[in-house]
Ligand binder design. Structure first.
Ligand code: AMP
Ligand code: MG
Length: 430
């Protein structure tokens, strides 16, 4: 028998770092954006940016008391007693954008004003009766109401949504469609945001052929198209960072060092794929050992066990494995939260949800596994998840078919159908 050294084949081996510890180590080492890394952008360019300070409302919302319905504005004091009805004179109409400025008459003569949704409530009137609940005289000059009208109903009061001076959005919040609409509703047209993070990335591998040169061509045996650079670019673009694509780098020490030096000149964060294992052609981790600092590179997870994390000059470095699925899983679990945190975001990870697993899942205890799944609702409305099938780390098809990752913690060793599992949807934060 040959005495075997530790390898990826082993479920656990001494020195493997649990996912949680790796995340905690990464968090503790990430630089946070400082106050100089701030810019002001117009609202129509602010989608996906992260707010750099709390914003307060310069106005009350709504700005004036108005009707929530089409109907008639009246005085609550005129609502008749139980079982009675009352006739009111219609003094005129209040339109949205065109308030009623006429005479409402004295308290002794019951008066109503026809009012549209969003129109300003005439002064001294405080209740709206919806149009379906009145009886109108044929000439429209009077209406009749009954005792079922509720005092103060269907009126939106000035400041009831937001008070002037109230904090509406907090520093670190992601600006999405709702946040932008809210700022617009307050008349705020420019927002202070953190500057975009600069992220450089490259792929490594002598076998890789870039699409720029080889798209559509037949490749020689042993060659393959560089797909990771497109996956990486897409995942980065979604995060709204400034990207620097440094291409494919060959498996040799000089090219690897050159690429890292170029990346470190501009980037806050560097991401690579491939070359992080212990193979003879793996130069990424070795190079960072020489010119920077590597924190760790073996995680108790699958896919994605070899993952290098460290620093190079002022840049943070993530060396992802080469396998296409491992690239995505490691990016979503480690790199995306790091990028969001360095970008100033408060929320850095998509929430997990619980679902009933409909597939039998095989797994080894001792490591966290990220299996690809399809999350849906069953006929009873329960969240259920199914495996996409074969889970090889090179099979991008499993990611294409999936809409979530099924996250199985180290203590779990198998899942039977009907068991609850934790799922991280691909839709969510960004
Ligand atoms: P490595 O981590 O460099 O040993 O790469 C592991 C495997 O991932 C390789 O055998 C390739 O098949 C694949 N691979 C590495 N880089 C890429 C890439 N950029 N695009 C597609 N597949 C890749
Ligand atoms: Mg390689």
């Amino acid at each position: 028998m040959i005495e075997k050294a530790a390898s990826c084949e082993d479920v656990t081996e001494p020195g493997l770092m649990p996912v949680e510890s790796a995340l905690a180590r990464i968090r503790s080492l990430l630089p946070q954006p400082d106050d100089t890394a701030i810019e002001e952008v117009p609202l129509d360019k602010a989608l996906g940016r992260i707010l750099s300070r709390d914003l307060t409302s310069p106005i009350d919302v709504p700005g004036y008391t108005n009707s929530a319905m089409d109907g008639y504005a009246i005085r609550a004091a005129d609502i008749p007693d139980d079982g009675q009805t009352l006739s009111l004179q219609v003094a005129g109409t209040a339109w949205a954008g065109r308030p009623f400025n006429g005479d409402i008459g004295s308290v002794d003569s019951p008066t109503a004003v026809r009012i549209m949704t969003g129109a300003m409530m005439p002064h001294t009137l405080d209740t709206v009766v919806i149009q379906e609940h009145v009886e109108m005289a044929p000439d429209g000059a009077t209406i009749k109401i009954d005792s079922t009208v509720k005092s103060g109903s269907h009126v939106r009061h000035a400041g009831e949504d937001i008070k002037q001076g109230e904090t509406v959005l907090s520093a670190g919040e992601h600006l999405g469609p709702a946040q932008l609409g809210q700022l617009a509703s307050l008349g705020i047209n420019r927002v202070p945001v953190y500057q975009r993070l600069k992220v450089a990335f490259f792929t490594t591998g002598d076998e890789l052929r870039s699409l720029e040169e080889y798209a559509g061509q037949a490749l020689a045996p042993g060659e393959l198209f560089d797909s990771n650079r497109y996956t990486l670019r897409a995942m980065l673009e979604r995060l709204g960072v400034e990207i620097f694509d440094l291409g494919v780098v060959a498996d040799n020490p000089d090219d690897t060092r050159d690429a890292f030096m170029r990346a470190a000149e501009t980037a806050d964060l560097i991401v690579t794929s491939g070359g992080v294992s212990a193979g003879q052609a793996d130069y990424v981790t070795r190079t960072i050992h020489e010119i920077g600092e590597v924190g760790f590179w073996k995680i108790a997870m699958r896919p994605g066990r070899p993952l290098a994390f460290g620093t190079l000059g002022n840049s943070v470095f993530f060396g992802l494995p080469g396998n296409p699925v491992a690239v995505m899983v490691a990016f979503y679990e480690f790199v995306q939260p790091a990028i969001l945190s360095m970008s100033g975001a408060t929320k850095t990870q998509v929430d997990v949800v619980s679902a009933i697993c409909q597939s039998a899942l095989r797994k080894s205890a001792g490591r966290t596994e990220y299996q690809r799944g399809v999350l849906s609702l069953d006929a009873e409305g329960n969240s259920v998840v199914e495996s996409t099938g074969k889970q090889g780390a090179g099979r991008l098809t499993s990611m294409v078919m999936a809409n979530c990752l099924i996250i199985l913690p180290p203590e779990v060793d198998s899942v039977v159908p009907g068991q609850r599992v934790m799922v991280r949807p691909f839709f969510g934060m960004v």
